[in-house]
Write a protein that binds this ligand. Structure first.
Ligand code: NIG
Ligand code: FE
Length: 417
């Protein structure tokens, strides 16, 4: 089956053939083709070009979507989420409005531990139902690949429950899903006087079971003040690596935690958050292939500083963006809104935000040979926008959903047409 997108007002390819990621000045070039067409066969992009050279005869009779006045770009790659969670936490939002800090709420048993309690109580079926609703929502916002973490379980059974649900999302939805084991998200109350005991539970009981059931692609640790130390992080990541799981970690959200440095040392695919980072962290990342992933909706929602995106781009780092969709620090999964915040909060250009939300995010999961740009041979994971003139309209119209149609594997999985 062939699918043709024709009369595309602007086709943002994001990359030329074969780039694994983009850095520096290249990030502001989204490789835009005007008046374009695109062909998809067997789920893959097979050809594209400009309308004045459209091979009408070759594609006679093919299913066609007319994209007059619309933009086409790669589907968004949301490389950091906690999509599987039992319930929202708006009461903590109210506490913060009353002046209690995020850290203080966590110390009082709110935060991650609050979600962990609820995860232990909810059935796998109910958890799946809640998660599928969010999966549908993010597809309608143009996300075509999503990374999903555990970390709201903190017991063997609950961590497995979260990862099994994440895997079911992959089976039941057209979405491309990768999963991450985040048993080391917080120390549960009952382990607080025996941290190593909990770490042993993560490494010696949870991790082997996760591997046995094939439930995770990556391992994560929340390396920050009040959570896991640099030494603990290194210990856990090494266990993960030994079991075949590369790292994507939470670092430097609350403090200059050393998380970036330990991530680089351990060859992490990405270090995420980085709100608290400066020249030392940028220096540590230089020359590595560890992707700094900024999550500007966390800065927006918690009212903390945004990460230093401009410094990272100047330093030629392969900067990525993600939503961190979770009930505590980013209760939303809109990549278009993240692009707005990247522009408004971190002075990224729309093209840079697109590259960071597609190709570089794919590279942060080492998937950029298959997705993240419009190149012949890659999966046909695409977004068709509503009618608009240029890319900047996406971050500009921050409260609108710019997505009209989402295509995954060459199939229309959402459309408002
Ligand atoms: O990525 N920072 C650590 N974990 C999550 C949020 C945790 C929560 O508040 O539920 C995050 O921001
Ligand atoms: Fe997170």
């Amino acid at each position: 089956m062939t699918l043709i997108l024709k009369n595309i007002h602007k086709l943002y390819r994001v990359a030329q053939q074969g780039e694994r990621f983009k850095t520096g000045a290249a990030m502001s070039d989204a490789v835009c083709l005007e008046q374009a067409w695109l062909a998809v066969e067997a789920g893959r992009i097979t050809a594209f070009g400009q309308m004045d050279a459209f091979p009408h005869e070759a594609y006679a009779g093919a299913e066609t979507i007319d994209c007059t006045g619309k933009l086409v770009m790669p589907g968004f790659v949301d490389s950091h989420t906690h999509l599987v969670f039992p319930k929202t936490r708006e009461q903590e939002f109210v506490y913060r409005l009353q002046g209690i800090s995020y850290e203080e709420i966590a110390k009082r048993g709110g935060g991650i531990l609050n979600s962990a309690k609820a995860t232990q109580q909810i059935s796998e079926e109910q958890l799946l139902a809640e998660t599928l609703e969010r999966a549908r929502e993010i597809i309608s916002l143009g996300t075509t690949t999503v990374e999903i973490k555990s970390g709201y379980g903190l017991t063997l059974d609950s961590e497995l429950k979260l990862l099994r649900v994440a895997k079911k999302v992959q089976q039941e939805m057209p979405l491309r899903v990768k999963t991450t084991f985040l048993g080391a998200h917080a120390i549960p109350v009952e382990w607080q006087s025996n941290r190593q005991g909990y770490i042993d539970l993560v490494c010696e009981e949870m991790l082997p079971q996760v591997i046995e059931e094939g439930l995770a692609d990556y391992i994560d640790v929340f390396c920050d003040t009040g959570f896991f130390t640099v030494e603990e992080t290194e210990y856990i990541l090494q266990k993960g690596l030994d079991a075949g799981l590369p790292a994507k970690i939470h670092a430097n959200e609350l403090d200059f935690s050393g998380g970036v440095q330990v991530g680089v040392k351990m060859g992490a695919y990405s270090v995420d958050h980085l709100e608290r980072s400066g020249p030392d962290e940028i220096e540590a990342l230089k020359g590595s292939e560890t992707v700094p992933t900024l999550l500007p909706s966390v800065a927006f929602f918690l009212g903390i500083d945004y990460g230093p995106a401009r410094g990272m781009i100047e330093a030629e780092l392969p900067l990525a963006l993600a939503t961190d969709y979770n009930p505590g620090s980013s209760p939303g999964g809109s990549m278009p809104f993240v692009m707005s915040l990247a522009c408004l909060g971190m002075r990224m250009l729309p093209e840079e935000a697109l590259v960071a939300s597609t190709l570089n995010a794919a590279f942060s999961m080492r998937m950029s040979e298959e997705i993240g740009s419009i190149e012949v041979g890659k999966y046909a994971d695409l977004v068709i926008t509503r009618p608009m003139d240029q890319l900047a309209r996406i971050p500009y119209s921050y409260a609108q959903n710019p997505v009209e149609t989402t295509i995954i594997n060459g199939k229309v999985v959402h459309t408002t047409r």
